[in-house]
Design a protein around this ligand. Structure first.
Ligand code: SF4
Length: 386
């Protein structure tokens, strides 16, 4: 078996987690905290130290072409702190001139001053968590912004950024086929009004077992769309955005041509990447590891991995297959064999035949991809390959 591709490759991406939020949304299972922004300066010192120490331990060549400030709400942080983190990263890791440099934010954290400052130190892509354009749905999921604030944030962002992603969610409590239809219709109008919207991510609401949202809307509540209509909501999403010229390139992601999210492509192509900050997960030199999800523990010892797992060849192949099939273009079976030494068409012949006869997989002898019908049940389709 040849050397595994990921271990030879240059590291091109870095994720930086900023956990502070104005409010903890009830459905949120991320490493995010509210009411602790007084810790931001100290957190910045710690993450800078983490960047220096971790990068010093890495042997692989690094040239960053994507950097992503995610959260939490990095848009709430002081731009000076974000700049300080980026300057630290620049000092220890070479950065490509044509970097894709993203910041994630809630819409109401966007101000003229901050947008200007973000642009000045190099951020060139903004990802705005709008989630819904219906106030009743925003309230139902416990967001602390309104539709009006979402539109105001978008207006400011569009004056400073020519590459904007907007995030939406579906299968929300109180959401109906009609209300989702209205949101999608308005989203399409917004993409015409603001041509800088180049990318849309839209995820189905998934709740952790102990999610606080379940106390207001228990799983059995009829406020949630039933399973059949979740499929309808997804079909509406795909149809509306593809008709508006967006390419459906990953199960939950759509982009205008040439505006695919390069940072996320690194994850889905199973490449290695750096990650810093509380709860951050990285994939470096054959190891997947993660920092503590507890802010207290992370700030006490930013270098203590909460999890570290060596990815052996069999696991890496499985992961590459799972991630590759999430991409709508699917997997080029010959390229896969060149990278990983495994002919997946042969190894998974039975599964492919079964899924193909059900209409869930397309295989033309070279490209293996999930069909539109398969995408609706992509998790089930992927389990066939486990
Ligand atoms: S704003 Fe985002 S990260 Fe913060 S609590 Fe809400 S969903 Fe979580």
């Amino acid at each position: 078996m040849p050397d595994i591709a990921v271990r030879q490759s240059i590291i091109t991406s870095a994720y930086i987690h900023i956990p502070f939020c104005s409010h903890k949304c009830e459905f949120c299972d991320f490493a995010a905290v509210a009411g602790l922004s007084h810790l931001e300066d100290e957190y910045t010192d710690i993450i800078c130290r983490e960047i220096e120490q971790r990068v010093a331990r890495i042997n692989s060549p690094i040239k960053l072409s994507t950097v992503f400030f995610g959260g939490g709400t990095p848009g709430l942080a002081s731009p000076d702190n974000l700049k300080r983190i980026f300057e630290t990263l620049k000092r220890v890791a070479p950065i490509d001139d044509s970097i894709e440099f993203s910041i994630e934010t809630t819409p109401h954290a966007i101000t003229e001053e901050k947008a200007k400052a973000w642009r000045e130190f190099g951020i060139n892509r903004i990802s705005i968590g709008i989630e819904s354009l219906q106030d009743s749905e925003l309230k139902a999921i416990g967001r602390d912004h309104t539709r009006g604030q979402a539109l105001a944030g978008l207006e400011i962002a569009s004056s400073y950024f020519s590459n904007i992603n907007v995030d939406f969610m579906y299968a929300l409590p109180t959401q109906t086929v009609e209300s989702w239809g209205k949101t999608l219709e308005e989203l399409v109008s917004l993409t015409k009004q603001y041509p800088s919207i180049k990318h849309v991510s839209s995820y189905c609401l998934e709740l952790a077992v102990n999610s606080p949202l379940l106390s207001r809307f228990p799983r059995a509540s009829d406020a949630y769309p039933v399973d059949d209509s979740v499929a309808v909501l997804f079909e509406m999403l795909v149809e509306t955005l593809t008709n508006a010229g967006f390419v459906h390139y990953e199960v939950s992601n759509f982009a205008l041509p040439n505006f695919l999210c390069e940072h996320n492509l690194v994850y889905w192509r199973n490449k290695q990447y750096l990650a810093f900050g509380v709860g951050a997960h990285r994939y470096v030199e054959g190891y997947r590891s993660a920092n503590s999800k507890s802010l207290k523990k992370y700030m006490r010892d930013c270098m203590a991995d909460e999890m570290s797992e060596f990815i052996d060849s069999a696991t890496e192949i499985k992961e590459a297959l799972m991630l590759g099939l999430r991409m709508r273009e699917g997997i080029d079976v010959r390229e896969f064999e060149e990278s990983y030494g495994v002919n997946i068409a042969r190894v998974f012949e039975k599964q492919i035949d079964k899924l193909k006869s059900g209409g869930f997989i397309d295989f033309d002898g070279q490209h293996l991809r999930i069909t539109d019908a398969g995408v609706l049940i992509s998790n089930l389709v992927l389990t066939e390959f486990m």
